[in-house]
Design a protein around this ligand. Sequence first.
Ligand SMILES: Cc1ncc(COP(=O)(O)O)c(C=O)c1O
Length: 428
Amino acid sequence: MANLQAHLRIPGPTPLPDAVRSAGAWQMVNHRGPEFAALMGRVGPALQRAFRTSNDILLVGASGTGGLEAAVVNHLSPGDPVLAVTIGAFGDRFAKIARQYGADVTTLAVEWGRAAEPAAVAEAIGRMRDEGRPPVAVLLTHNETSTGVTNPIGSLAAAVRSAAPDALVLVDAISGLGAVPFDTDGWGLDVVVTGSQKSWMVPPGLTMLAVSARAWDAQEQATIPRFYFDLRAHREAATKGSTPWTPPVSVCFQLDVALGLMEAEGYESIFARHAACGAATRAGLMALGFRLFADPGHASDTVTAAYVPEDLDWKPFNADLRRRGLALAGGQGKLTGTVFRVGHLGYVTLDDILAALDILEEALEATGRPVERGASLAAGARAASEAGRGRIAAATDPVVAEPGSARDAGQAAPPAAQGAPDTARAGA
Ligand SMILES: Cc1ncc(COP(=O)(O)O)c(C=O)c1O
């Protein structure tokens, strides 16, 4: 049987480095014991560095949607006016969660494929204020995975701050944080949510949230009922190096290892790698004749959406791609059947993108289209190097000691000390 995972190019879950895969097989530890507390002691500060924040960071056993639900139920009360800025299917989901819990949600719906504009956000807040219902929170999406658009979160948050200084800024950063520059504290974000299966090179199972001092204060006033996602319980447990409920221990091991790999590579290098992969994907797809969906000024460096050409029957074409070992994602929500998506986040290099383009060339040629073999790879490589990022480092793949093993010497998984990036896997 063909290895369908050979080229997993969906926007999460993403491929895993070997060291992260191995950590998933480690023996369990007591999640209320010293090994787990030590892990929490490493992961918390490492995530603070990745989020660029001194705010508390909580690990919650749930998918990203659970993190969004936690952001809603901990900070809002039924009837609270909320502005949801949505630029696609995931922005719609965030709004829907708030509505489901009884918030009075006003939606600023931006045309799919475009980013939100700070002035439009300020105007929407102004209208709400004129109606006597200024928003207590504004919901923003950092990277809209359904359309392949990255919002200018810094400017959007600044617009919120000036139009509604007291409103909390709650951000879905699930599919961008960790792959592209992000500045939680610099941008004054109150709650930032991400998910383990995205840029973090970890399987699904954990959502990580950064919570500001203002947000903690707001939680005392919020009256939506909550239990599993009550972040106060999570904070209390975190002070003891634990979680209030049993966490996905293996995924926590894997996150610990992955964060070490990311720090060994360095965030600047990670951002450059994603910028190169994003540029290569866009240029390669265009060279193959595909039309891109996103506004080029806000194209995401973690996921690219392209239109399915009218004369291409997507289902059999996609089945052929899968037979050749390439897994892409289809369209979501109202874009189902209209676009397909290529994920380029997490454990990905320029070589991986070129390999995917090569398979696309083969499959297109097999449909009888005229294809200039190698042209999309050349365009992709050129775009990556034009971005000044032709030579990119990739995450290392060291063997990391299992907690309690002889090599571990009392310290679980010290991956940050595992050496320099593996340039053998670097892009051309
Ligand atoms: C931007 C964004 N928000 C929310 C989600 C939902 O996350 P999950 O599927 O982990 O619940 C995703 C997942 O793709 C996402 O990309």
